[in-house]
Design a protein around this ligand. Structure first.
Ligand code: FMN
Length: 330
C-alpha cells in the first residue's frame, strides 16, 4: 500500500485509493465501515433456479416507502457479474433475510460461487418457503424476511470489484413473534450477526448491546458549555463528558443547596480508601463523598468525581452534575 503522511495530522496514515490495490481498498472499507448488517438475498433465475447469497454492503434508507439497498459487486479477479445481479436484471424481485448467529455458518456457505444451475438453498441446507407476493423463495431458518421489488440497479463502475447498487422497495415484512418485545425487534432475541474486516464477524447480543439515552425534542448544552474543570477531569471519560453535554441545563444554586441539605451524612471514620470506595453502590457512595466534602477532607474532590462517574455509568447525569459542581465548591 502506498502510504502518505496526513497533511494535517501526523498520527494518521493516509491512503490515496487510486494508488492502492483493489484488495487493500476493499479491506479498508471492510474494517472501517463495520460491523455491517448482512442481507441474505434470495433471487430466482429466468429458468426458475433459486439463488442465495449474503451481502454486507447493505442497509436501509427510508421508511416511507421502506427502501433497502445492497451491492453485488463485479468479481474482484475477473470483473464478471454475480448470479444475484444477473437474476435481478431478469426478474426484478428478491427476498432479503436477516442473518442470525444460529445460521451464520450456513449463510457463509451460501457465499460459495456455485454455478448458476445450482440451487443454493440445497447447497447451504436452508429450507425454502414460498413468498406471499413474489417468485423468489424465503429462508425458513431466518426470523426476519423482507419481500422486495427492485426499483433501480445503479452500476457504480465497470471494472473488477465495482459495485452495483440494487435499490429495493419492501412490499412485505415477515418476522417471528419470538423476536418481538414491547413494540420492537429486541436485539437479544433476534441475535443478529454483522460483518467486519477479513473473516471477522460481530454477534450483536449480550454484552455487545447497550443503550444511549437520547430524549427526542431536547437540546443538550453541548461540549462548549462544559466548565473547564469538568473537561480537565482525570476521572471522567470522553463518553462521560458527552453524557453531561447532553443535559439541557446545569443545576442551579438552589438545586445544589437542596441536594447538599437532603444528602444524609455518614460518620467519616477516616478508614475508607478510594480502592474500596469504588466497589460500593452509588447510594452508598453519595453520602460518603458529600460528608468528605462537608468535612473538607483532603481527597473530597476525588471522592466526588469518582461518585459522579458512577452516577453517569448508572445513567443519572443530573446527580453527576451536582456531585461535580460540589467538587469545585469551597
Ligand atoms: C458475510 C458475507 C458478506 C458478503 N458481502 C458481499 C457484498 O456486499 N457484495 C458482494 O459482491 N459480495 C459479498 N459477499 C460475497 C458473495 O456472497 C459471493 O460472491 C457469492 O458467491 C455471490 O453469489 P452469487 O454469485 O450467487 O450472487 C459476501 C460474502 C459473505 C460471506
Amino acid at each position: 500500500m502506498s502510504v502518505k503522511r496526513s497533511k494535517t495530522e501526523s498520527t494518521y496514515i493516509s491512503v490515496d485509493p487510486k494508488e492502492a490495490s483493489i484488495k487493500e481498498v476493499h479491506q479498508l472499507l471492510l474494517g472501517g465501515v463495520a460491523p455491517r448488517p448482512i442481507a441474505l438475498v434470495s433471487t430466482i433465475s429466468k429458468k426458475g433456479i433459486n439463488n442465495l447469497a449474503p451481502f454486507s454492503f447493505f442497509n436501509a434508507f427510508g421508511a416511507n416507502p421502506p427502501i433497502v439497498a445492497f451491492s453485488p459487486s463485479r468479481r474482484g479477479h475477473d470483473g464478471t457479474t454475480k448470479d444475484t445481479l444477473n437474476n435481478l436484471r431478469e426478474i426484478k424481485q428478491c427476498v432479503i433475510q436477516a442473518v442470525t448467529h444460529d445460521m451464520v455458518e450456513q449463510a457463509s456457505l451460501s457465499s460459495t460461487e456455485y454455478e448458476p444451475e445450482i440451487d443454493e438453498f440445497i447447497k447451504s441446507g436452508f429450507t425454502p418457503i414460498p413468498s406471499d407476493l413474489i417468485k423468489p423463495m424465503r429462508v425458513k431458518e431466518s426470523p426476519f424476511h423482507m419481500e422486495c421489488e427492485v426499483l433501480q440497479i445503479v452500476p457504480l463502475g465497470d471494472k473488477n470489484a465495482s459495485g452495483n447498487l440494487v435499490i429495493c422497495e419492501v412490499i412485505r415484512f415477515h418476522f417471528h413473534p419470538e423476536i418481538f418485545k414491547d413494540g420492537i425487534i429486541e436485539p437479544n432475541l433476534i441475535d443478529l450477526v454483522g460483518r467486519n474486516s477479513s473473516n471477522y464477524y460481530t454477534r450483536a447480543s449480550g454484552e455487545a448491546i447497550f443503550s444511549i439515552t437520547k430524549p427526542i425534542g431536547k437540546k443538550g448544552i453541548g461540549f462548549d458549555n462544559l466548565p473547564v474543570f469538568v473537561k480537565q477531569s482525570h476521572v471522567l471519560t470522553a463518553n462521560n463528558l458527552g453524557q453531561l453535554a447532553n443535559c439541557e441545563s446545569i443545576p442551579s444554586q438552589d438545586e445544589m443547596d437542596s441536594f447538599v441539605n437532603s444528602t444524609g451524612t455518614t460518620a467519616d471514620t477516616g478508614d475508607i480508601y478510594i480502592s474500596s470506595f469504588i466497589f460500593k453502590s452509588l447510594d452508598e457512595m453519595i453520602p460518603i463523598a458529600v460528608t468528605r466534602w462537608k468535612n473538607k477532607h483532603d481527597e473530597a474532590k476525588d471522592f466526588l468525581e469518582i461518585t459522579a462517574k458512577k452516577a453517569l455509568d448508572n445513567k443519572k447525569p443530573d446527580v453527576a452534575w451536582k456531585l461535580l459542581l460540589l467538587s469545585n465548591r469551597e
